[in-house]
Design a protein around this ligand. Sequence first.
Ligand code: C2E
Ligand code: CA
Ligand code: CA
Length: 603
Amino acid sequence: MKKNISKISMPINILMVDDRHENLLALEAILKDMGHHLVFAHSGAEALKLVLKNEFAVIILDIEMPTMNGFDTASLIRKREKSKSTPIIFLTASNATETSIFQGYLVGAVDYLVKPIEPEILRAKVSVFVDLFVKTEQVRQQAALLHRMTQEAHREDISKLKKKSEEAMWQMAHYDVLTGLPNRNMIANRLRDAIEINRSTGSLLAFFLIDLNRFKEINDTLGHPHGDLILKEIGARLQEILPEPNMAARLGGDEFAILLPKLADIKDIDRVIQKIIKTLTTPFLIDGFDGLPIMVEASIGVALYPEHGTNPNALMQRADVAMYAAKQSGRGYAIYVPDLDKHSPEKLMLLTELRRAMDQNELTLYYQPKIAMVTKKVIGLEGLIRWKHPSRGMIPPDAFILSAEQTGLIGPLTLFVIEAAARQCKAWQKEGVAIPIAVNLSARNLMDARLPEQVSEILARYDLSPSSLQFEITESAIMADPHRAAELLARLHKMGHQFSIDDFGTGYSSLGYLKRLPVDEIKIDQSFVTDMVLDEHDETIVRSIIDLSHNLVVRVVAEGVENKETWDHLSALGCDVAQGYYISRPIPANELTRWLSESPWVV
Ligand code: C2E
Ligand code: CA
Ligand code: CA
């Protein structure tokens, strides 16, 4: 028991109430050796004041007192919060009647002592109550401690989780998931910083773009997982031959970039190019293909600071032009020559043809449904452009959108798409199918202040409400000029158009921005979705984007859903909407009309 008491930090208070001072002294003489703190009160009123301020382990209360007797005092003590369950021992004269004892219990006495007091008995009783008090206090302190600990543990958990997800977001924003190399953002930032430094030191800098030749064939013949393995290995090899402060990055697909921020000698470029070519042409050995060596060829384009450009964008563009020239010539690499720009015959031809294609109706929209996962309902369609080239067959958008962007043709092309979508939407409405259609906007479109006006003109012409036309914009298109993008998107949103962030997870939109944009929908990039069932890392990213979207109260769409397992997994993660080959490939309007009437999905 001693041990227990010593654990309690607060002193044990005992209150003794008697109107006669000599009685109090007698009580003190009996109890003082027990080591507790003894407090005197000479009246009921004084006792009440004391229980307001202190907590007592036990109260010894004389019944016969003038003005306020022991019973009245006890009943008031019971009404005070601090003392409502403090044990009270009544002191009574030997002639106490049964009724008065009963009355004492009614007002909350827990025990009686008859005068003259037996010291041993008083000490025994007091020590019983003190033990009880100590135990209660220990339980209370332990409970408080436990409560504090749980709270702290919880706080720690949350901050750990927050830190982890912030780290994951940062990682996602700056590194390529497949190869672990820095991504486009990261190398662009590094390039910008290097230019700043070199501006003052006057030193040279080189930026390389590397595009693998015919990598699609490798993917098609070996399968995507093996293609990925090769990309991973390329990443590792590039990193090995390019130690700090040099940097290799993966820009996406089969495109890589290299930054040599401090070029001592222009001849170093040749050396690096030879190293890259050597490392890429060293055969890749792939398991399961009987040791068949795979060779990879690349086209490398180089631009130099300050010779070819003095800002990051210019240098990247010039490197791109040089890379394209390298590809054309088949020489493997090229350093930018101003003449090359815009004069690549292939590109020029495609562009003049694109202009013609628009006039001659070679461009057409295909449609791909978006399905609400819970209701299995078709809640929207995405319009995706196709070029039916008379001699080259179907050309996918990736082959011409970029060129259209670089030349300004994207303006008319986007209007063409919006008009086609509006016309088709109206046609379906007339057949009783009212589904909104989403079209893709480019970064360039977001810089065009006339767009909202042009859009509403088209809608008016087809007598459509703004809710029937939605827009999809990639994260990177927004981040190209966030302020202008936000302004234009706000205008479109105010007009009544919904808007999705496309390819989410591949660029870096700061959370702050995301919150300020009028976003209705986030589309998880298909590169994370396609393999999420097999790849834990992808699954984590998909899961975090779903959580993030729900925290922002934004609908979340998974693109690239190719099979039932992926659908089921997404459904378990609480994803709202799915889009992908599992539901339907993008198909022409007339086929989609049939699909809508025949498919098991709800229209
Ligand atoms: P996006 O907006 O991310 O469109 C989705 C792309 O993924 C489409 O490629 C679609 O065919 C493909 N896809 C859909 N489901 C699956 C699937 O389950 N698995 C796989 N592997 N792929 C799937 P598409 O049609 O070749 O378009 C490529 C990109 O071109 C689009 O990517 C979009 O950024 C751009 N694009 C297409 N049409 C337009 C347009 O009218 N204007 C602009 N500015 N860009 C467009
Ligand atoms: Ca899209
Ligand atoms: Ca997308």
